[in-house]
Design a binder for this molecule. Sequence first.
Ligand SMILES: [Fe+2]
Ligand SMILES: [Fe+2]
Length: 366
Amino acid sequence: MSDQPEQSVSSPTLHVVVIDDSKMKQRFLKAILENEYIVHTFSSVKEAKPHLEEIGPVCFLMDMERPGEDPVASIRTIKDNPKLSETPIIMITPTSDVETEQRVLECGCDDYVGNRFAREIIKTRVNHLVELFEFRKNLEKRVAQKTQSVMELQDAIMLMLSDLVECRDTLTSGHAQRTRDYMECLVCQLQANNHYVKELHEDFVRDLVRAAPLHDIGKVGIPDAILNKPGKLTEEEFEQMKRHTIIGAQAIMHTISKVHDNSFLRVLRDLAMSHHERWDGKGYPLGLQGESIPLSGRIMAIPDVYDALVSERPYKKPFTHEKAVSIIKEGIGSHFDPFIGEAFLDCELQFRYIALNQQEAGEASS
Ligand SMILES: [Fe+2]
Ligand SMILES: [Fe+2]
């Protein structure tokens, strides 16, 4: 194993806690371990408890028979503390028969030694458990660091992709980022209203907010003449434009087939495919109705429409916030999911705030 505990000839840095009511045994155990560990001795768990978190031990050595303290309750006191629950405990037992061994291990101890232990046995057992403990701690740290860097990479790739979509779609500049902010606000309100509680768990919400800027990713497959046409689209052009939902979903499905189960990509696929569906079934591309539309698409529909309404287009002036709210309000139950529409009405002022902020940021940078 590569992650050895620090057992140098210099001062020890790792802490071991000995809990034993016999002062003589405390001194004996301390003498065995103090070359390699900083040893703290206590007569009972009750006495040790207030100091344990600060000490941060890498191992406990605990006498099984202490007056006034039940060994099982003692172990639970330690294991129930999240900061100590992984710290190994070695129980010193009065006998070393099978029954005692079973009892000790069932209590949640990691190892045990009989009362007539040899110095080397104690040292080896402690070293072995500390080594495992430290290894596991380092491993968890490394996994957390790796996960963090994968998330950062995903965010960077998504930012790059949404920039690419925006580069092509010059008429809706800033739409991707704004819809992300609206989405975050709307999901928070849905949670506050206690709607879709089961579906809106932490992982789903995180994926949803991160995926929002890419909902129009399929627009990269729409010809420039249509995507950037400075006027209303003809019926035929609009039919082509509708295909951005399918183009986006297909590209993401292709990616899904290449990677092991990835919740983010599944959310993104649903979002890209269904953000133009309508609650009454009159949307596109599939004409899905009600709850058969993925929740991600039902939520996305509102930020998407709100942003289109309050933004300027070559063929229309921006609507005021009030007008946009009244149009969305009218669409609740026909265009929009009633619960999501209700949540929008509860947080529409925050939408206005986001829109104003983004507008000011855009003016400042131009
Ligand atoms: Fe779209
Ligand atoms: Fe959009």
